[in-house]
Design a protein around this ligand. Structure first.
Ligand code: OFO
Length: 171
């Protein structure tokens, strides 16, 4: 049986994962409406991965006998003007999520909840991956600057991203 402290912390993280999913869906919609189909695709896949992150934690909480609370999702921003702006915000957001996962990990350790700590290892590794891939994209965008042909090519590249269910989640 999971402790009330960890149950609460996991429910907060589940809400945060849904918020991330909603944030990236907002970015996907924004870039679709600006004609950047590839960038919209990249953010839509990011959205689906975040949903998986939430589902994985929900499954875990249920398996441990915890109670899932699906709290309201706070409003997300909208209206990014450039890809650079949205990806910079993505990196900032992922850095914040990394600190949240670290805090959760520390809470699991403090409670001697080694099963939760073990489950969180997947998220710790995922955050390294998330920050690294967004940093790579920002580096490319830095080189492209406002070059229209470069941005066109970049959009085509982003269109190639495909969805793979995270952590064995089914679509
Ligand atoms: Fe769930 O990794 Fe991004 O936020």
């Amino acid at each position: 049986m999971i402790s009330k402290t960890i149950e609460k912390a996991l429910n907060e993280q589940i809400n945060a994962e849904f918020w991330s999913a909603y944030l990236y869906l907002s970015m996907s919609c924004r870039f679709a409406s600006m004609g950047y189909k590839g960038i919209s695709n990249w953010f839509k896949i990011q959205h689906r991965e975040e949903m998986d992150h939430a589902y994985m934690m929900i499954d875990y909480l249920i398996r441990r006998g915890g109670k899932v609370s699906l709290d309201p999702i706070a409003e997300v921003p909208a209206g990014w003007e450039t890809p650079q702006e949205a990806y910079a915000e993505t990196l900032q957001h992922e850095q914040k999520v990394t600190s949240m996962i670290n805090a959760l990990y520390a809470a699991a350790e403090a409670e001697h909840d080694y099963a939760t700590r073990q489950m969180l290892n997947w998220y710790v590794a995922e955050q390294v991956e998330e920050e690294d891939s967004v940093q790579d994209i920002l580096d490319s965008l830095m080189r492209i600057g406002s070059d229209a042909t470069g941005l066109y090519q970049f959009d085509l590249e982003q269109a190639k991203r495909t969805y793979t269910p995270a952590g064995g989640q089914n679509d």
